[in-house]
Design a protein around this ligand. Structure first.
Ligand SMILES: NC(=O)c1ccc[n+]([C@@H]2O[C@H](COP(=O)([O-])OP(=O)(O)OC[C@H]3O[C@@H](n4cnc5c(N)ncnc54)[C@H](O)[C@@H]3O)[C@@H](O)[C@H]2O)c1
Length: 324
């Protein structure tokens, strides 16, 4: 049996972080969840509060933190455009100052540290699918730049700490992930479509709906993160984690309408600025180094996510969420 570790998860009360807390507690580790509750919610982790191996700390990672831990998963950062564009200066600070603080902590206590980076580091890419050695095409001054460039700078810091201080680092480039506990108000395409469909409201497709995305179910993604953390020291990443199966936005809208049995009609709106036309991971490296590939089909993952939103909306959850 593997030894129990003490593990810090920043952003642990968020969508991905809360599933990661659960997974690591199941593996009998001690988990310290740090969150400033900007987009995270206590209700995402309230079911874990009785577990003696779980602690929750309200803290903003743009300020230093001192805790003795063996591993750090750095997930803190709003991930959806509506939330990261709400206070773009804070978004960059979270990515950059947050990374500096967490890397400093890892150095001080000798912890291994994993960064939740993003496919956004590829920007609006010229090559498909994207491999890790592609440097990306990112607008440095646009409305998405606070997130994209913040995450790119965080990667730079991780690799400089690795080169300069021999820190044990792991960098995951996460592609669109979905599942229960996404916020109904986060403006991401899956939650948007599901909420609109469940309310029989028009489904808003941007552009002509032919732009494609790939979607990874949360359980698969968490498994990839945990496998990456468990790799040998030489494996640093960056490593793509996502589901290569590509769907157009129109196909997604039609599937959501089918699975919800909705009466919604599809309407078309102009494309937002810097919206990438296509994004698809090449996961060859993850398959080779982690023995990982996603297992959950979009149809199955969507059904589970729809069930979550049905419950939430039947409790008038969107208002409860907004009030938290
Ligand atoms: N979900 C995806 O599809 C996706 C894709 C690529 C990358 N990521 C990355 O994964 C991580 C988690 O994403 P998510 O989807 O769970 O988003 P989320 O918004 O649900 O979670 C982010 C969490 O970080 C917390 N947070 C934000 N700023 C903070 C700060 N300064 N100090 C402490 N806590 C702070 C929020 O309150 C929230 O709980 C993010 O770093 C995101 O960039 C996610």
């Amino acid at each position: 049996m593997q030894q129990a570790k003490r593990i810090l998860i920043t952003g642990g009360a968020g969508f991905l972080g809360s599933f990661l807390c659960e997974r690591l507690l199941q593996e009998k580790h001690e988990v310290i969840c740090v969150d400033n509750f900007f987009t995270g919610r206590k209700s995402n982790v309230s079911h874990l509060l009785d577990n003696r191996s779980f602690e929750i700390v309200r803290h903003d990672i743009t300020f230093p933190l001192y805790v003795e831990v063996d591993e750090i998963y750095n997930l803190a950062c709003p991930a959806s455009p509506v939330h990261y564009q709400y206070d773009p200066v804070q978004t960059t600070k979270t990515s950059v100052h947050g990374a500096i603080n967490m890397l400093g902590l890892a150095k001080r206590v000798g912890a291994k540290i994993l960064q939740a980076s993003t496919s956004e580091v590829y920007g609006d890419p010229e090559i498909h699918p994207q491999q890790e050695d592609y440097w990306g095409r990112v607008n440095p001054i646009g409305p998405r730049s606070c997130y994209d460039e913040g995450k790119r700078c965080a990667e730079t810091l991780f690799f400089d700490y690795w080169r300069q201080h021999r820190l044990r680092i792991k960098v995951a480039r996460i592609f669109n992930t979905y599942g229960p506990r996404m916020r109904p108000d986060d403006g991401r395409v899956i939650s948007n479509f599901i909420v609109q469909a469940l309310q029989n409201e028009p489904i808003t497709v941007y552009g002509n709906g032919q732009q494609t995305r790939s979607f990874c179910y949360v359980d698969d993604l968490i498994d990839g993160l945990v496998r990456l953390m468990g790799t040998k020291e030489e494996v640093t990443g960056p490593i793509n984690l996502g589901n290569p199966a590509e769907f157009t936005m129109l196909e997604l809208a039609e599937l959501v309408i089918e699975l919800t049995g909705s009466r919604s009609k599809i309407i078309y709106l102009p494309l937002p600025a810097d919206d990438p036309r296509q994004r698809q991971p090449d996961i060859g490296l993850a398959m080779r180094d982690l023995g990982w590939k996603p297992k959950v089909q979009l149809r199955d993952g969507l059904a589970r996510t729809i069930a979550y939103f049905e419950d939430l909306l039947s409790l008038d959850g969107s208002q409860a969420v907004a009030a938290e």
